[in-house]
Design a binder for this molecule. Structure first.
Ligand code: ATP
Length: 259
């Protein structure tokens, strides 16, 4: 699904990615973890074709970047990022926002076909938001907005789903509901790449984890091999313990001083 080889990304005199290798195979769902500024979003932007690496190769869904039209690739990739949420028009009804996901644009200026409208309602039903379909997008709670965007992404039947901190700003209830909605999607044949700061968001459907630090992958592989106290200590430079409960990891942090 995704093969990144020897990726570097330089901006001015800073090396933001320093030789990143990552292989995501069909049927795998990955979480990318690491401290602020370690390069997670940059990797997502390279995979979605919004940034181009300084060196290295990017193969996504069988296509080599540089030899393919990235706009065509984006139709095959669902991407939810904080920037996308900001681009939505708050007064548009929720179902129109969802329906626009069937096309490569953000807003409709023509009448929407009945078939597309019906699909938008079906996707809203699937994420439990059917009752809010006619409401302006701007009146939704943060959690509902995230679910509506997930429904929007599904309109294009993506083969790959890329999520950049989708649970940021959600309360416990909204977060757990969003994660449950995401779990329900695992029956569809798609692979997921999920960036988060919260290890407890690694739900059972996640199969693999990549831990990053300072533009490098420290460790990548099956989640239980990567999510060990030692590796997390190295990535976060903190005394960390990890416990698994019902196939989800939970973190305990030891005493930390300000210096
Ligand atoms: N176009 C750019 N020009 C200059 N610096 C950039 C550019 N894009 C990213 N950076 C820098 O690269 C580093 C990595 O950014 P990135 O957003 O990938 O990190 P991140 O791991 O997603 O961080 P966070 O967890 O805080 O969202 C940051 O220090 C950022 O300031």
């Amino acid at each position: 699904m995704i093969q990144l080889q020897g990726l570097t990304f330089r901006r001015e005199d800073r090396l933001i990615l320093q030789g990143v290798d990552l292989n995501v195979n069909p049927g795998e769902h990955w979480t990318l973890l690491g401290r602020n500024g370690c390069g997670k979003s940059t990797i997502l932007e390279i995979i979605t074709g919004y940034q181009f690496p300084t060196s290295g190769t990017v193969d996504v869904l069988g296509e080599r970047y540089g030899q393919v039209d990235v706009r065509e690739m984006r139709k095959r990739i669902g991407y939810i990022s904080p920037a996308l949420i900001e681009k939505m028009t708050l007064r548009d009804p929720v179902w129109e926002i969802v329906a626009s996901g069937a096309f490569a644009f953000l807003r409709f200026y023509v009448e929407i076909e009945a078939e597309v409208r019906e699909r938008a309602f079906a996707e809203l039903e699937r994420v439990g938001l059917r009752h809010l379909a006619e409401q302006p997008f701007g009146t939704l709670s943060q959690g509902e907005r995230k679910k509506a965007l997930l429904a929007r992404t599904m309109m294009a039947s993506p083969e790959l789903l890329i999520l950049d901190e989708p649970c940021a700003g959600l309360d416990l209830f909204e977060r757990e509901k969003f994660l449950a909605t995401l779990s329900d999607l695992s029956s569809r044949s798609l692979s997921m790449l999920y960036v988060t700061h919260h290890i407890e968001e690694i739900i059972p459907m996640v199969t693999h984890v990549a831990l990053m630090a300072e533009g490098r992958i420290l460790s990548a592989g099956p989640k239980k091999e990567v999510l060990t106290a030692e590796r997390l200590k190295e990535a976060y430079d903190l005394p960390i313990e990890i416990r698994w409960k019902d196939e989800r990891p939970w973190i305990e942090v030891g005493k930390v001083t300000s210096k």
